[in-house]
Design a protein around this ligand. Structure first.
Ligand SMILES: NC(=O)c1ccc[n+]([C@@H]2O[C@H](COP(=O)([O-])OP(=O)(O)OC[C@H]3O[C@@H](n4cnc5c(N)ncnc54)[C@H](OP(=O)(O)O)[C@@H]3O)[C@@H](O)[C@H]2O)c1
Length: 243
């Protein structure tokens, strides 16, 4: 079994996920590039390898049970275990998303990817994570899912526009993260949620103000927590985010 730390990043073909893979690779880790599209995944793997990262492609659609199972099998074959899982893949479901006009199908699609997708991939990877001495799980959330910020002053500035599928999907993901942390109590597994800030990526039509590299930093920090590190918490660069 490899002595190097093994990580899997979902949705790693572009945006923040790509930079998380690059950042973990720069630590000398082996990084599985989880991505659903063959061409985009291969291009990302090649680019990471050119940058000196020990990257390997992991075909993975987080909405598909068989795909998650096959991804776990591939990682077992390639590495024998998994040390770090970064659940980064997500969609907004498209804007605008006013609650009074939303198509319920949009909510279903977003929750399927952003919440159930995380549960599906986490559970598929758990047997491999349990083989690690220091398993870490990072769920890429967003402060738009913070009920405290949503209901506080200046919500429009701090949590963006009304978005009845995307924002609650991150609230749901935060709650799910806590449930995992409670079940993992007494084990070595640390699981936390991260907010990358407002980052210029495809997700927001590149309107964000931070770079994907800056957005990746908090996930890298939570992926590299020491054994006595926090679990069941929600962080951004500046510190804890209120639920
Ligand atoms: N950008 C921001 O300002 C911001 C702020 C807060 C939180 N976040 C969170 O940060 C994470 C990364 O977002 P980003 O801004 O980097 O977005 P992005 O550039 O749109 O990247 C999203 C990634 O998720 C992948 N993905 C979507 N659905 C998938 C599925 N069913 N299976 C596998 N992969 C799938 C995409 O793959 P394809 O290329 O195949 O579509 C892509 O690789 C997300 O969790 C997002 O909610 C972003």
């Amino acid at each position: 079994m490899s002595e190097r730390t093994i990580a899997l990043v979902t949705g790693a073909n572009k945006g923040i996920g790509y930079e998380i893979a690059a950042g973990l690779g720069a630590l000398g880790w082996r990084v599985g590039v989880g991505a659903r599209d063959d061409r985009r995944r291969q291009a990302a793997v090649e680019k990471l390898r050119e940058a000196g990262v020990d990257a390997f492609g992991v075909p993975l659609d987080v909405t598909d049970d068989a795909s998650a199972a096959a991804a776990a099998q591939l990682i077992e074959d390639q590495a024998g275990r998994l040390d770090v899982l970064v659940n980064n893949a997500a969609i907004t479901g498209g804007m605008p998303q006013e609650p009074t006009r939303v198509d319920p199908a949009t909510i279903r699609t977003v929750v399927e990817t952003n919440v159930i997708g995380v549960i599906r991939v986490t559970n598929a990877m758990l047997p491999l994570l349990r083989l690690s001495a220091s398993p870490r799980i990072v769920n890429m959330s967003s402060s738009v899912g913070s009920l405290t910020r949503q209901s506080g002053p200046g919500a429009e500035q701090t949590t963006g526009p009304v978005a009845v599928a995307y924002a609650p999907s991150k609230t749901f993901l935060n709650a799910v993260t806590l449930q995992y942390a409670r079940e993992f109590r007494g084990t070595d597994i640390l699981i936390n949620a991260a907010c990358p800030g407002y980052v210029a990526t495809d997700l927001n039509g590149f309107r964000g103000v931070r770079t994907p590299e800056q957005g990746a930093a908090i996930a890298i920090k939570l992926a590299t927590l020491p054994d006595n590190g926090p679990t069941g918490q929600f962080f951004e660069d500046a510190g804890p985010v209120p639920w």
